[in-house]
Design a protein around this ligand. Structure first.
Ligand SMILES: C[S@@+](CC[C@H](N)C(=O)[O-])C[C@H]1O[C@@H](n2cnc3c(N)ncnc32)[C@H](O)[C@@H]1O
Length: 188
C-alpha cells in the first residue's frame, strides 16, 4: 500500500534533479543546520533516496574523515551526480554510492543514522521498506523521515508512522520544517 497522493511507485525523475539542489532550497532547508544534531564524527550514515546528493555532502562533512556515508538511490543518473559532487568537494573517499532496486534497498550495513528525505512516499510498499530499514540500523540507531506536504497529507503521514512503528521504529520527536512533515524514529 502506498501513502502518496502521487501515483504509487512513481519516482522524482533525474531530469529535474536541479530542483532538489539550488540556492532557494539551501536557504529554506540548510543541510548542515538540519543534520548537525543527528550525526557524530566517525558515524556510519545512509542517505536513502539521496537524489542528486543535496544532503550527502553535509553528511560527509559531519561524519568527518573517519565516518562513512552511503548514498543510495534507485536511479543511476542520480548516483552519477552524487559521485561528481563527492569528487568536487573532495569527499569521494568517504562516500559510497549504492543502487537500490525497486523491490528492495539491498544494503548490508549497520548504520547509526539513516535519512529518508522526501522519498518514503515514492516507495511502492512502505511496510516492506521500513522492515528493511530497521534491519540496517544499529541498536538505538535513528531514522529521520521527512515528507513533502504537497504529496503527503496529515493522514497519509500518520499511516507512514504506523508502518514504521509496526517495523519496530518508535517516534522519538516530531520534525517540523516549512512545507514538510517529519519525525525522528529510533529502533526500539
Ligand atoms: C524527491 S527525491 C528526494 C531526493 C533527496 N532525498 C532530497 O531530498 O534531495 C526522491 C528520491 O528517492 C529515490 N527513490 C524513490 N524510491 C526509492 C526506493 N524505493 N529506493 C531508493 N531510492 C528511491 C528517487 O529515485 C529520488 O531520487
Amino acid at each position: 500500500m502506498s501513502f502518496s497522493k502521487a501515483k504509487p511507485g512513481r519516482v522524482c525523475p533525474h531530469q529535474v534533479a536541479f530542483l532538489l539542489d539550488n540556492g532557494l532550497r539551501r536557504w529554506l532547508q540548510p543541510p548542515h543546520r538540519i543534520l548537525r544534531g543527528h550525526i557524530k564524527p566517525g558515524a556510519t550514515v545512509v542517505d536513502l533516496g539521496c537524489g542528486p546528493g543535496y544532503f550527502t555532502i553535509a553528511m560527509a562533512h559531519l561524519t568527518g574523515p573517519h565516518g562513512r556515508v552511503v548514498a543510495a538511490d534507485l536511479q543511476p543518473q542520480m548516483l552519477a551526480r552524487v559521485r561528481r559532487k563527492a569528487a568536487r568537494f573532495g569527499m569521494a573517499d568517504r562516500i559510497t554510492c549504492h543502487r537500490c532496486q525497486s523491490d528492495g534497498i539491498g544494503l548490508k550495513i549497520k548504520a547509526d543514522f539513516i535519512l529518508a528525505w522526501y522519498m518514503v512516499h515514492e516507495t511502492p510498499d512502505p511496510a516492506a521498506f521500513f522492515h528493511e530499514v530497521q534491519s540496517l540500523l544499529k541498536p538505538n540507531g535513528r531514522l529521520l523521515v521527512v515528507e513533502p506536504k504537497v504529496h503527503v497529507s496529515r493522514v497519509a503521514f500518520a499511516a507512514i508512522q504506523s508502518a514504521a512503528a509496526a517495523a519496530g521504529l518508535i517516534a522519538q520527536a516530531p520534525f517540523t520544517r516549512l512545507m514538510s512533515r517529519g519525525v525522528l524514529l529510533v529502533l526500539a
